[in-house]
Ligand binder design. Structure first.
Ligand code: NDP
Ligand code: 8X3
Length: 249
């Protein structure tokens, strides 16, 4: 069981589920998010011992300040769960808002790399630690309207594997967790508050839950130190890869 767990995007669907699971296991939590009120509400709901840090993962100075503010009994992070992320839009690439592309790359890739880069040296110095990156099936299976989101998650998976290459012999583990369809606010965010469109994503099917993803994350995190899960890909039973697109005249 990791003693100290830092979760980014803790206020969202996955992040809150991870917080509950790790609190139940007895881990101390560093809950990171953009909204301090939501973080406080989560900490009360979760119980256990937590420290709250407010930062936007895209803002390197804010992440540095947040991590520097950790009291000594929360500073030695054993597990970093890089979870903060989002998709924006699902229109074809040639009709998309390039600002949405910037936000996705800045959050899912730049932000994830910043947090990792700041936490990793301490783990290496201590000779132990684990980074779990929340990627997606979108990293491996592109779909229409996925373009930059799919590519941003391919970065997460490949970054995770490349970190493994650098970390051999350090005692630090890295895992890429790659879920398919999971019902959270993800689609509401993607469709910019259009609740009807978001609900259609999950209609008449059985998606995974955030707690299902937490099952995969806690499994990888609680294995013995010699055991590294490189990648975990999970989907609902009701989902599978689609056919390649063909244009017919
Ligand atoms: P939610 O929208 O419920 O949660 C996303 C979380 O990320 C929120 O806490 C949000 O905070 C936070 N966040 C977004 N941008 C930033 C930022 N710039 N800085 C800090 N925090 C930020 O979605 P999920 O819980 O479903 O998504 C969590 C992760 O899982 C994402 O990386 C997503 O891409 C990935 N994923 C989701 C799947 C799904 O089907 N749901 C499947 C596969 C992967 P705030 O409330 O402040 O916006
Ligand atoms: C979220 C899953 O299929 O909407 O990463 O891209 S999907």
């Amino acid at each position: 069981m990791p003693a100290i767990v830092l979760i980014t995007g803790a206020t969202g669907g996955f992040g809150s589920a991870f917080a509950k699971r790790f609190a139940a296991l007895g881990s101390k939590l560093v809950l990171a998010g953009r909204d301090m009120n939501k973080l406080k509400g989560l900490a009360e709901e979760v119980g256990g011992t937590s420290y709250l840090v407010q930062f936007d993962v895209r803002d390197r100075a804010a992440v540095e300040a947040g991590l520097a503010s950790l009291p000594p009994d929360f500073a030695e992070i054993d597990l970093l769960v890089n979870n903060a992320g989002l998709a924006l839009g699902a229109d074809p690439a040639f009709k998309s808002d390039i600002t949405d592309w910037e936000v996705m790359v800045d959050t899912n890739d730049k932000g994830l790399a910043i947090v990792t880069g700041l936490v990793l040296p301490g783990m290496v110095a201590r000779g132990r630690g684990h980074v779990i990156n929340i990627s997606s099936t979108a990293a491996s299976y592109p779909y229409p309207g996925g373009h930059v989101y799919c590519a941003s998650k391919a970065f997460v998976t490949q970054f995770s594997l490349a970190l493994r290459a650098d970390l051999i012999g350090t005692g630090v583990r890295v895992t890429s967790v790659e879920p398919g369809m999971v019902q959270t606010d993800f689609s509401l965010v993607r469709f910019k508050g259009d609740a009807e469109r978001a609900a259609k994503v999950y209609a008449d099917t059985v998606p995974l839950t955030a707690d299902d993803v937490a099952e995969a994350v806690t499994w990888a995190a609680t294995l013995p130190p010699h055991f590294n899960v490189n990648r975990v890909e999970i989907m609902p039973t009701t989902q599978g890869p689609g056919a390649l697109g063909v244009h017919r005249t």
